[in-house]
Ligand binder design. Structure first.
Ligand SMILES: [Fe+2]
Ligand SMILES: [Fe+2]
Length: 289
């Protein structure tokens, strides 16, 4: 599956949760964090080929939040692809971002790039926090994977089908959607990576031997705490922290997928490549010969 094409860059922003504080208007915390992340991506010299918004776009799934998001991305110089998360309302999302539903009514679609396919999946079970992956959705994925068996393929879905150890956010490995997803991707050698959100944390694992990454949220982070939850004992543990917003850049080049995760905050560049560092750069690059 090696290639000689130039690098493809897939940006991922996830768990924006616009509308969490609906009375704050343009000063809303999550909205401002989204603009910070968007502008950080735009400041790069190398721009992404596509941007994928991987679910939990609107905290309450309301039309106003989707409209604000659409306005914030409408002038971006690359295509933007929306996905569903458990906080989204599918019917409202597709009114604001039309054209992404498949024949079964799910927000599932393929993005065709030069030598790379991306399958964006819909893991929303309206009204439920956890994931979903029904037989119709699985059949669609199987058709897409088997009809392009030699094309490297990334899979995006909101819910990570892994047990990360954050008890109150985790699925059970015995859940039907979890088992169905694993069975659906198992053995498909064309899948080069699975990209998710939902956990509001940076996490890496494998699904059936396929690398999976969880991109942290634009909204505040879920606290890293690996103790089990006792539903009868509220132990005052932290569950949400004001860590900075993140995004990912997934770089496909030379038959390899590399994921960069970037927090966005108000920090300073401490070293720059000036004339004084030319000898160091020459030395570093000469080592690679
Ligand atoms: Fe979320
Ligand atoms: Fe979520």
């Amino acid at each position: 599956m090696g290639d000689t094409n130039p690098a493809l860059l897939v940006a991922q922003i996830t768990d924006i949760h616009i509308g969490f504080d609906p009375d704050a208007g343009e000063d809303e915390f999550n909205y401002l964090r989204f603009l910070q992340v968007r502008d950080h991506i735009l400041a790069h010299e190398v721009q992404p080929d596509v941007l994928i918004l991987s679910g939990d776009l609107a905290d309450g799934g309301d039309p106003n939040s989707y409209a604000r998001l659409r306005n914030a991305v409408k002038d971006l110089p690359f295509p933007v692809y929306p996905m569903t998360g458990n906080h989204d309302t599918r019917s409202v999302l597709v009114k604001t971002f039309p054209g992404f539903e498949n024949e079964d009514g799910f927000v599932q679609y393929a993005i065709e790039l030069d030598g790379l396919r991306i399958l964006c999946l819909d893991s929303l079970d309206q009204g439920r926090h956890g994931g979903a992956f029904c037989e119709k959705r699985a059949a669609w994925v199987t058709r897409e994977l088997t009809s392009h068996p030699d094309t490297p393929t990334m899979i995006f879905l909101h819910h990570p089908p892994i047990v990360a150890g954050i008890d109150w956010m985790d699925p059970k490995a015995s859940e039907p959607w979890y088992k169905r997803f694993h069975a659906t991707v198992s053995g498909h050698k064309n899948i080069v990576g699975i990209q998710t959100g939902h956990l509001h944390r940076p996490v890496f694992s494998q699904v059936e031997g396929i690398p999976i990454s969880v991109t942290p949220a634009v909204a505040p982070a879920v606290t890293l705490d690996l103790r089990p939850v006792d539903t009868d004992v509220a132990d005052e543990r932290g569950i949400v922290d004001s860590e900075p917003p993140f995004y990912s850049l997934h770089r496909w080049h030379g038959g390899s997928l590399v994921t960069h995760m970037q927090p966005v905050g108000d920090w300073k560049t401490l070293a720059r490549y000036g004339d004084n560092l030319k000898p160091m750069m020459k030395g570093l690059l000469a080592e690679r010969m």
